[in-house]
Design a protein around this ligand. Structure first.
Ligand code: NCD
Length: 310
């Protein structure tokens, strides 16, 4: 954990929200909100080069980091593992070191291995900053931040009375882990987690949460429903019986959503499996904040890049 801060406690990298102190978490959210309200300099990162180093697919995260870096005036370099020397067997560390040697100071890194981004950060030079854009099942800190900003805009900054349910494939979800860390730090009143037993983690991840396998019960009266994608690419065979059964038991449709508070909001990190974990009527309905999450993602990523690099 000390690895992402320097000896004075300042953020050097953003690798995880686990253990990030409340003042630092709040400062990032406040800065992102200020940027949303129009307070940003298009010269903040002038002359600084930022590379999006993605060893796994991405649409939102990669493009919103690129957009964020551009809006701060940085020089932005893209990297696509499938058309790079990764296909010739070059390691992620050699890739990072070579791009670093070109004078790039900021790296936004996504990797399939838990802890891989932290390992790269440990090997990076003293002036280099890394942002974890998702490592395996472990962490996705900027998604956690943008989810908190979205909740804060909808429900206010005091989370102490907030009832939230996180639904679905928590076991494979780095988003859920980062959301859980942030919700705890911000003092969320009640955190419920709901999914089939096979898709809930058996380690200490759900400490302090109310765990349920019955969505109709778990959604009752909540202020926010945070849906997760069924992450079939990370799943061993046989964890779920069928997509139809999953949809019947854990899919969010308008009928189920009516059990939540009347003004409940719905979040999903994307990409969505429409008709599996979420129905069109909810995803595109009046309680959905899904595209607001995406818009907030740019501001959150601007706040993070500015904090680490400006
Ligand atoms: C998530 C991811 O890659 O972890 N997507 C995202 O960054 N918005 C969630 C997912 O893939 O389901």
């Amino acid at each position: 954990m000390t690895q992402q801060t320097d000896s004075e406690g300042r953020l050097r990298h953003l690798l995880t929200l686990d253990g990030l102190p409340l003042p630092q978490l709040r400062a990032l959210l406040d800065r992102a909100q200020a940027i949303r309200d129009g307070d940003a300099s298009d010269r903040a990162l002038a002359g600084i080069a930022v590379c999006t180093l993605f060893f796994e697919p991405s649409t939102r995260t990669r493009l919103s980091f690129q957009r964020a870096a551009q809006r701060l005036g940085a020089d932005v370099l893209g990297f696509d593992a499938s058309t790079s020397s990764t296909t010739k067997g070059e390691t992620a560390l050699d890739t990072l070191k070579n791009i670093e040697a070109m004078g790039v100071r900021g790296f936004v890194v996504r990797h399939s291995g838990d802890g891989e981004v932290a390992a790269l950060a440990a090997a990076a030079g003293p002036d280099t900053a890394l942002v974890n854009a998702g490592d395996g099942r472990n962490a996705h800190p900027t998604q956690g931040l943008l989810d908190m900003l979205t909740l804060r805009q909808a429900k206010g900054a005091d989370f102490s009375r907030l009832k939230v349910v996180i639904v679905g494939d928590v076991r494979h979800s780095r988003v859920a882990r980062s959301d859980l860390h942030a919700l705890r730090t911000l003092g969320a009143g009640e955190i419920r987690v709901c999914g089939p037993a096979a898709l809930l983690p058996a380690d200490g991840t759900l400490g302090g949460c109310v765990v349920s396998h019955d969505l109709d019960a778990a959604i009752e009266g909540v202020d926010a429903v945070m849906m997760l994608r069924l992450q079939r690419e990370r799943m061993e065979e046989g964890l779920i019986d069928s997509l139809d059964d999953y949809h019947r038991d854990y899919g969010l449709d308008a009928r189920r959503l009516r059990r939540a508070a009347g003004d409940a909001v719905v979040l999903h990190p994307g990409p969505m499996n429409r008709g599996v974990e979420i129905d069109d009527e909810v995803a595109d309905g009046p309680q959905s904040l899904i595209l607001q999450q995406v818009a907030n993602g740019v501001a959150v990523r601007m706040a993070v890049l500015e904090t680490l690099l400006a």
